[in-house]
Design a protein around this ligand. Structure first.
Ligand SMILES: C[S@@+](CC[C@H](N)C(=O)[O-])C[C@H]1O[C@@H](n2cnc3c(N)ncnc32)[C@H](O)[C@@H]1O
Length: 245
């Protein structure tokens, strides 16, 4: 991994507000609850009796959602504290492992998953060719991959970047509880987000640039207008089919 500063965002919350408030505040921020998560959920397949991987589970919100819809859930994350919160939330209801997605998923068997979900985590992974190959490998034929990432337009337009076409490790500064928190993520052009999916053998079946929900407008009227007219997230759904020989 190029740097591990991204952990500071989650570790920051955890160290600042502790476990209970993490679940009450950090885990249900309006950007997640009323923007990215509803858009992702609208693209979920039926999960009853299916195997599902949550790649970058954080405190396990999506893992829990998938478990409650009947999935046999495996959850992975790099952060010890997030894994601890995920275990607290799910107990024995999911198989939970520590893993750096940058090293692939060597402990998961070929064709073992019906569904792979990765929500706002791939922005921290440099090599998308490798991770898409891994998602393809562990999915059963006909299985689906659904991921969200920061939209390249947002990263490009909100920072002074010389060229859109470069993949850059960028710093994003947030102000939380009166303190600055730095998060590093990869900004990449659209072609470098889509081509690794296609080159791994997936067929892209849906793509979304969601707008915030009306609930978001109610709780963050100050931000709604901005995100109603410019994309914040890119969501891609793809299905595993036979590789062309
Ligand atoms: C924005 S959070 C995901 C939030 C989650 N989707 C939700 O709705 O609650 C990103 C997560 O990715 C994890 N992460 C970052 N880089 C990773 C990596 N290389 N391998 C595995 N997990 C990673 C972080 O620890 C963090 O928990």
């Amino acid at each position: 991994m190029e740097n591990d500063s991204f952990l500071s965002y989650h570790e920051f919350f955890y160290s600042k507000i502790g476990e209970d408030r993490f679940f009450e505040e950090a885990d249900c921020k309006p950007f997640n609850m009323f923007f990215e998560r509803p858009a992702m959920i609208s693209m979920f397949p039926d999960l009853k009796g299916k195997t599902a991987l949550d790649a970058g589970c954080a405190a396990g919100w999506f893992s829990d959602y998938m478990f409650k819809r009947g999935a046999d859930v495996t959850a992975v994350d790099l952060s010890d504290n997030m894994l601890m919160l995920c275990r607290k939330r799910l107990g024995d209801n999911a198989k939970i492992y520590k893993c750096d997605l940058s090293d692939g998923l060597p402990f998961l068997q070929d064709e073992s998953m019906d569904f792979v979900l990765s929500s706002l985590t791939l922005d921290y992974v440099k090599d998308w060719n490798m991770i898409m190959d891994e998602f393809y490998r562990i999915l059963k034929r006909g299985g689906a991959l659904l991921f969200s990432a920061k939209h390249p337009y947002d990263a490009y337009s909100s920072k002074r970047i010389e060229t859109y076409y470069q993949t850059l490790n960028m710093e994003h500064e947030y102000e939380e509880y009166g303190e600055k928190v730095s998060v590093f993520f990869y900004k990449r052009p659209l072609q470098d987000m889509i081509m690794p999916v296609i080159n791994s053998g997936f067929k892209i079946t849906s793509l979304s640039e969601p707008v915030p929900t009306l609930e978001f407008k109610e709780v963050r009227p100050d931000l709604y207008d901005r995100y109603a007219i410019r994309p914040e997230y890119l969501i891609v759904k793809a299905v595993k089919h036979e590789r062309q020989k």
